[in-house]
Design a protein around this ligand. Structure first.
Ligand SMILES: [Zn+2]
Length: 132
């Protein structure tokens, strides 16, 4: 399949977030994990969203709520506006992004600064601070 990746990278899904979401590859950077989680929201890949939460937060994820959220919200676009660390050699990373969402015919902008960490060598999403 050569559909465009939902994370708005202008790459195809198979060459961008696809291998991460399908489990073929692990993201090397915090930004790759962030992008792939956005794409997972766009595609309703709830298991990936749960699997990429940090261990201490994973049990608080409600699968059914995530499924409903993914159905009710369209992920229209993504822009990464800032990043700190999060590289292949780092163990922590911070990514600030603007996500364009649409729900019930209304557009909204979700602005979040997310913290990522490595657990057993893999990037996971720890927490985010939402602005506005
Ligand atoms: Zn992507």
């Amino acid at each position: 399949m050569s559909r465009p990746c939902p994370c708005a990278s202008s790459k195809t899904y198979d060459r961008c977030c696809g291998p991460f979401i399908e489990g073929a590859q692990a993201p090397a950077t915090a930004e790759q994990l962030m992008r792939s989680r956005f794409s997972a929201y766009a595609l309703g890949k709830v298991d990936y969203l749960i699997a990429t939460r940090s261990a201490d937060k994973r049990s608080s994820e409600n699968r059914e709520e995530l499924v409903q959220y993914c159905k009710s919200v369209q992920c229209v676009g993504l822009k990464i506006v800032a990043r700190q660390k999060g590289g292949p050699e780092d163990t922590e990373g911070i990514v600030t992004f603007h996500a364009s969402l649409q729900a019930n015919g209304r557009r909204s902008l979700h602005i979040e600064t997310s913290t990522f960490a490595r657990e057993d060598g893999r990037w996971v999403y720890v927490d985010g601070v939402v602005k506005g």
